[in-house]
Design a protein around this ligand. Structure first.
Ligand code: BES
Ligand code: MN
Ligand code: ZN
Length: 495
């Protein structure tokens, strides 16, 4: 898709479709009223005929506009004037995107940024429009022979502005929106690919390829490297799999080598069967998504490089499978982590933290400005928060505030959870320094507490994306989250 912004108005442009907002009850915006007058009241007549009031989600496609340079008009309900919030705005954009992509239009012009959205500026509105349209154009059909793959007709979207001084802001919105959407698509493609195809080796190869096209230095550590580093916790998980583990290291240098890097860590379990603590069969296929953290770190690095942010950013993706096998971890096994702490593995299905703890220790060598890990870590996080926000834990107030703010700004929201000392007691082991599970209470919190033991030397945030990284049911598929969150956080740090 080609996106652009220009100063122009509806009576001078030519387009296959014009997208316009309207408010309850049937209140057109200024551009809408002008067009309505020009068309002899056609728009207001049709809204009235079909009794479309303008509630959020209401929509009307006028598919044939007689004689004119605008062939179609897509009218999008935005609720009561002056009451439009970001969530409702995104809902309206989503509805509009669905109809637009199937409308047959090739070139569309949009005025959906015209109405006020509470607390949001033009750049935000444009960026959300790009992200949402790109999201609705996304398809994962490469493994289907009979995908009814009509080529996509829609190819160009222009945002029409009324003054020159809006241009820079709109263009930045487009640029950021496209970089984020591209990063999300990379994350979605990797995540939707099944475990037999997306193995740790495949993930590493994809990261290497992306590094070439995007000027990111990529190194892959294999199992012998991990052994040399004494990553006993990480390696204990991959022992039970035929697929060799990889630690993917991506380094983007956008600032002087003296600037401390931001380190992103993404859990990369290309399939999590639970190991000897085997998961139940129902929905186990969805554990191909247990590498969504890793995929979103790869997608984020791509976006950061596309935006040429003046920062140093490191992406670390520990990748492995977790399967039952004669060589797999057994409940009660004790392993030694790279940090020296011994870990009693009471449940082999709590494997993500075993990869992450050694990767956190590895991150120390970068003397990071901050470390953010993203992981589909616990089902308990979904129980606690549902599927709208990701869970956030942090050992640093400034970092926590920055991540919360980035979540609000990008609308890829997080909700902070406690990391109190009292919870740490639940991780006591009779035989090792720490147990890998904390019992039935507060499972997402004790998982974060476990990680915190390996993140004492830098500002650190942990984002549990178990409820947000993919959708189940008829809409099953990766969401591309938390790429928007991570990119926004880094954009903010670059200011
Ligand atoms: N990858 C899972 C977490 C998960 C489960 C994410 C379901 C999304 C949906 C993780 O490795 C895991 O199995 N966690 C266990 C931890 C438990 C054994 C303490 C869980 O959540 O059940
Ligand atoms: Mn597991
Ligand atoms: Zn897992």
């Amino acid at each position: 898709m080609d996106y652009s912004a220009k100063c122009d108005s509806l009576d001078t442009v030519t387009a296959n479709c014009a997208i316009l907002g309207f408010h309850q009850k049937r209140k057109l915006t200024s551009a809408g009223s002008a067009l309505d007058d020009h068309l002899g009241g056609l728009i207001s007549k049709l809204l009235k005929r079909d009794d479309i009031e303008g509630k959020v989600g209401d929509i009307l496609l006028i598919n044939h506009v007689p004689d004119g340079d605008i062939e179609r008009i897509l009218l999008v309900g935005l609720g009561k004037k002056g009451e439009l919030g970001p969530a409702a705005y995104r809902k309206a954009l989503t509805t509009a995107a669905k109809l637009l992509k199937d409308s047959g239009a090739k070139l569309a012009v949009s005025l959906l940024h015209e109405p006020e959205v509470e607390g949001r500026d033009l750049g935000w509105k444009v960026r959300q429009a790009v992200e949402i349209l790109e999201g609705s154009l996304y398809k994962f059909t490469r493994l289907k022979n009979d995908a009814d793959d009509k080529p996509q007709r829609l190819s160009k979207l222009q945002f029409l502005l009324d003054s020159e001084d809006q241009l820079a802001e709109a263009k930045l919105g487009i640029r950021q929106g496209q970089a984020i959407a591209n990063g999300m698509n990379i994350a979605k493609d990797l995540a939707n690919l099944p475990g037999n195809l997306c193995t740790p080796t495949y993930l590493a190869e994809q990261a290497e390829q992306m590094g070439k096209s995007r000027k990111i230095k990529v190194r892959i550590l294999d199992e012998s490297d991990l052994e040399e580093l004494n990553m006993g916790a990480f390696l204990s998980v991959s022992k039970g799999s035929e697929q060799p583990a990889k630690l993917i290291v991506m380094e983007y240098s956008g600032a002087s080598s003296k600037a401390k890097p931001f380190v992103l860590i993404g859990k990369g379990l290309t399939f999590d069967a639970g190991g000897i603590s085997l998961k139940p069969a129902a929905n186990m296929d969805e554990m191909k998504y247990d590498m969504c953290g890793g995929a979103s770190v790869i997608g984020t690095l791509s976006a950061v490089a596309e935006l040429e942010l003046p920062l140093n950013v490191v992406g670390l993706v520990p990748a492995s499978e977790n399967l039952p096998d004669g060589r797999a971890n057994k409940p009660g096994d004790i392993v030694k982590s790279m940090s020296g702490l011994s870990i009693e593995i009471l449940n082999t299905d709590a494997e993500g933290r075993l990869l992450l703890c050694d990767t956190l220790t590895y991150a120390k060598k970068y003397e990071p400005a901050a470390v953010v890990d993203v992981a589909t870590l616990t089902g308990a996080c979904i129980v606690a928060l549902g599927r709208h926000p990701s869970g956030l834990w942090s050992n640093n107030e400034d970092l926590a505030a920055a991540v919360l703010k980035a979540g609000e700004a990008s609308w890829d929201r997080v909700w902070r959870m406690p990391l109190w000392e009292e919870y740490q007691e639940l991780l006591k082991s009779n035989f090792a320094d720490v147990a890998n599970i904390g019992g039935p209470d507060g499972g997402s919190i004790t998982a974060a507490c476990f990680l915190s033991r390996f993140a004492k030397e830098f500002p650190w945030a942990h984002v549990d994306i178990a409820g947000t990284a993919w959708k189940s049911g008829s809409e099953k598929g990766a969401t591309g989250r938390p790429v928007p969150l991570l990119v926004q956080y880094l954009v903010d740090q670059a200011k």
